[in-house]
Design a protein around this ligand. Structure first.
Ligand code: PXG
Length: 464
């Protein structure tokens, strides 16, 4: 076969892709007909495709390229580390400098006494670690019945069998024999879609109290942990009512329940603080990290645990680990990424300058006839599309029909926005400039206008 390069015609690349490459979360047959978009390069907040289009990346890849694309320093660190020590494992009483340095740095950055890191290759792997970690913790404390992990409907915690079971996506559970035993799901704090006539505060409280009800029903002696994203990401950027997290924290404190904050999206500056747990005032026992940890330049994830959890786990042997736990190249790149985030004060700039600037503009989209609400925290935002704003109504068409149309209009205008059912979401690189924020908003508004026009033409602008 000839060498495959960026210089080949798009159609040839698409044909080869369709012939051999299986895409995640994709109807392969449908994509083969249409042809995948081919990305050939990227710089800052911008992608370049094989047709020469410059596309504003409103999603930072998949919620991960926090420092933006094309940072030379990370390439240099990678090359240096590969020359010095491309691989060694951290099993069998062995360690190396990149893993030591990254763990120490994370202990410094993470709040409270979250001082110990177990490395994984991704968010899914880290949450699989967490399932075994919290259950082993209670075993070692002499409470082996504490096995159940409570999560939430419409949560996303990964796509492996374990992490996918923690997640609350029923369309995922429908394939491949999930969830695994002893995972229990309660309602999500999604006031806009599910709050009915309640106030957001009352609804938030009610959803949090479902945790207490579940603990009582399951039996306190059987519940090991509660896991949640501080702000749901893949579920549609659902920002919980202010009453929600304090009540969850109270319940976890009252009963002997470990709190796992899944910071895979919220971590590393996304909400304007280093961790979403700080923005929402949560005190987790375990934090899941990935994505922004390396700004997506290489795969790496992990679990950060408190002194107490580490002490208990350390009292015996934890029979768990991955070939790439603490991979030296990934760890060195992550460390350099954290250096850039810190020294360039990127998280501070998000909190004090660019996020407030984006917030004002994003929330102004709520005046659009198609927008039921526009919400944002730091650099993660969403808008609900609605045919009847006053009543927060859903569309008559199957969920996702309208969101997909809006996403297509956004792509056609060279802005990457994602849709979750009929919610549009953004999560741009943290380094996005004010000028690029202006472009994002302009293009989002054009996409909304064009979407509305199409809905009207196709008689889809109507409530269920
Ligand atoms: N936890 C959270 C909160 C996530 O958002 C994972 C765990 C799993 O991480 P890995 O690295 O195993 O993918 C995620 C991942 C989407 C989308 O469509 C979101 C994710 C992954 C893929 C797609 O929004 N989040």
């Amino acid at each position: 076969m000839n060498m495959i390069t960026n210089h080949m015609p798009t159609a040839e690349l698409q044909a080869l892709d369709a012939a051999h490459h299986m895409h995640p979360f994709t109807a392969q047959g449908e994509l083969a007909e249409k042809g995948a978009r081919v990305i050939t390069g990227a710089k800052g907040s911008w992608l370049r495709d094989s047709e020469g289009n410059d596309i504003l990346d409103g999603m930072a890849g998949l919620w991960c390229v926090n420092i933006g694309y094309g940072r030379e320093e990370l390439a240099e660190v990678a090359a240096r580390q590969i020359r010095e020590l491309p691989y060694y494992n951290t099993f069998f009483q062995t360690t190396h400098v990149p893993a030591i340095a990254l763990a120490a740095k994370l202990a410094e950055l993470a709040p409270g006494d979250l001082n110990h890191v177990f490395f994984a290759g991704s968010g899914s792997e880290a949450n699989d670690t967490n399932i075994r970690l919290v259950r082993t913790y209670w075993d070692m404390k002499g409470k082996p019945d504490k096995k159940v992990i409570i999560s939430r409907h419409n949560a996303y915690h990964g796509s492996s069998v374990g992490s996918g079971s923690l997640g609350g996506m029923s369309y995922m559970h429908a394939q491949g024999g999930m969830p695994i035993p002893d995972i229990h799901h309660i309602g999500q704090p999604h006031w806009y879609a599910e709050g009915g006539n309640m106030t957001p505060e009352d609804f938030g409280l009610m959803r949090a109290q479902e945790l207490e009800t579940a603990i009582k029903e399951l039996g306190e002696n059987r519940v090991a942990a509660f896991i949640a994203e501080p702000i749901q990401g893949a579920g549609g950027v659902i920002i919980p009512p202010a009453s929600y997290w304090p009540e969850i924290q109270r319940i976890c404190d009252k009963y002997e329940i470990l709190l796992i904050a899944d910071e895979v999206i919220c971590g590393f500056g996304r909400t304007g603080n280093w961790f979403g747990s700080e923005t929402l005032n949560i005190r987790p026992d375990v934090m899941t990290i990935a994505k922004g940890l390396s700004s997506g330049y290489v795969p790496i994830g992990g679990s950060i645990v408190t002194d107490e959890v580490a002490k208990v786990i350390g009292s015996g042997e934890f029979n768990h680990g991955y070939t790439y736990s603490g991979h030296p190249v990934a760890a060195a790149i992550a460390l350099e990424n954290l250096r850039i985030l810190e020294e360039e004060k990127i998280v501070d700039t998000v909190r004090t300058e660019t996020a407030p600037y984006l917030k004002a503009k994003w929330e102004s989209l709520a005046d659009h006839p198609l927008v039921g609400e526009a919400v944002i925290s730091g650099m993660m935002g969403s808008i609900a599309l609605s045919p009847d704003k006053a009543n927060r109504a859903a569309f008559a068409s199957p969920a996702g029909t309208v969101g997909y149309i809006c996403r297509e209009r956004s792509f056609a205008n060279n802005l990457i926005m994602r849709h979750v059912n009929d919610r549009m979401v953004i999560s741009p690189p943290l380094v996005i400039s004010k000028a690029d924020i202006d472009t994002l908003i302009t293009r989002a508004r054009i996409a909304l206008d064009e979407c509305l026009e199409q809905l009207k033409a196709q008689d889809l602008f109507k409530a269920a």
